[in-house]
Design a protein around this ligand. Structure first.
Ligand code: NAP
Length: 246
């Protein structure tokens, strides 16, 4: 029997990350996820992956904490022996206009979204380099491309992820490791559930397809970028936004 492939999805406990992990699970991968807040549903998550045929490693590990991430990667390697696909998905927002933005709100968003991507990638790539094979998909955002009032911290982190991804793709292409980013528009998850109905209506009006996207629609593209079907694509940013950016 062929050995199963392994995906590590940061922030795979809910939202886009969970859909991504489930998509890989139903396509024959074993799954590693982490999360940061206290959770009581780890057993239920494990069961959901099992129902899709996947073994899982589910660990509380903060992407900003190098030691915790090293432990997460060690646990994954101990259980599965390798990591074929890394999805840097964990992310937060702390939205407000720059005039009102506290220094700690800027720092924490950059730390989690951008530095977290650096910390997890650095912990994983030695194993990919050893195998001379790997795929990395980073979560940017449409606002990392266009900017957005009220999101100087978040859009800077997401623009940073684009530069990080392109540099990584150039460094690792000759090692048979591809790195791409996705730039979702407005996707219905806990992150956007906090927006008021009038803000959501305004957003929908600006989207050519006139609706928010679903986490599944993002997961499908991330799955494609982690598969052999995208074997000649690296260093790209793929928009998943109902036509917001053309
Ligand atoms: P979400 O529903 O808020 O889920 C965020 C996930 O990240 C959760 O699993 C959370 O873990 C985890 N996380 C947060 N901080 C972490 C940390 N320090 N260490 C480890 N895990 C951490 O978010 P989402 O909407 O699915 O977004 C996922 C990604 O897509 C983010 O990078 C986001 O910026 C990006 N994105 C989202 C949208 C959108 O419209 N939703 C659009 C463009 C890009 P806990 O469950 O423990 O809190």
């Amino acid at each position: 029997m062929e050995e199963k492939q392994v995906v590590l999805v940061t922030g795979g406990s809910r939202g886009i990350g969970k859909e991504v992990a489930l998509k890989y699970a139903e396509n024959g991968y074993n799954v590693v996820i982490n999360y940061v807040s206290d959770r009581t549903d780890v057993g239920a998550l494990e069961k959901e992956f099992k129902e899709k045929g996947a073994e899982s490693v589910i660990v509380k590990a903060d992407v900003t904490n190098t030691e915790q991430i090293d432990e997460l990667v060690t646990k994954a390697i101990e259980k599965f022996g390798k990591i074929d696909v890394l999805v840097n998905n964990a992310g937060i927002t702390k939205d407000t206009l720059l005039m009102r933005m506290k220094e700690e709100d800027f720092d924490s968003v950059i730390q989690v979204n951008l530095k977290g991507t650096f910390i997890v990638t650095k912990a994983v790539i030695p194993y990919m380099m050893k195998k001379k094979s790997g795929r990395i998909i980073n979560l940017s955002s449409v606002v990392g491309v266009t900017g957005n009032a009220g999101q100087c911290n978040y859009s800077a982190s997401k623009a940073g992820i684009i530069g990080f991804t392109k540099s990584l793709a150039r460094e690792l292409a000759s090692r048979n490791i591809r790195a791409n980013a996705v730039a979702p528009g407005f996707i219905a998850t806990d992150m956007t559930a906090v927006l008021s109905d009038s803000v959501k209506e305004n957003i929908d009006a600006q989207i050519p397809m006139k609706r928010m996207g679903t986490a599944k629609e993002v997961a499908n593209v991330i799955y494609f970028l982690g598969s052999e079907e995208s074997s000649y694509i690296t260093g790209q940013v793929i928009n998943i936004d109902g036509g917001m950016v053309m």
